[in-house]
Unconditional design. Structure first.
Length: 136
């Protein structure tokens, strides 16, 4: 049976950025350091660094900062769907609320316009057919 990556499992972690492993390996090679030395300098374990390099784990912002300080390279964070964060969900709700308000305002404008159009037609008919009566 095929092994399912953690990010494809229900409730799994985010997938790593596609360039994450390549960037870390190239920076480590330029520095001439082994995995153990980079992991120690970044404040992470060597197995975790190996997982980052092979793309089986995504990095956290703290780990990205540690690698930046150790290797002097910016490693991209996972591509996050805004709906996965509390702030993203709040923003989506606010956008939905504004859309509903705008839709409601548009409907009201159309409704008012239609009412005015009907009233105009009624007045036109009354004047045209002489059914308009003056109040005395």
């Amino acid at each position: 049976m095929a092994r399912v990556p953690p990010w494809k499992r229900p409730g799994g972690r985010l997938p790593p950025h596609p360039d994450q492993g390549r960037i870390i390996v190239e920076a480590r090679a330029r520095a001439g350091w082994g995995q153990r030395k980079v992991a120690e300098a970044a404040g992470i374990s060597q197995p975790y660094l190996c997982q980052l390099e092979t793309g089986t784990r995504a990095l956290s912002p703290r780990t990205a900062r540690g690698l930046r300080d150790a290797l002097g390279v910016e490693v991209p964070l996972p591509l996050i769907d805004p709906g996965q964060t509390a702030a993203g969900r709040r923003q989506a709700r606010e956008i939905d609320r504004l859309r509903v308000e705008n839709l409601y305002e548009d409907m009201r404008e159309v409704e008012v316009h239609e009412r005015l159009e009907r009233l105009s037609q009624q007045l036109t008919r009354r004047f045209t057919f002489g059914t308009f009566r003056r109040r005395s």
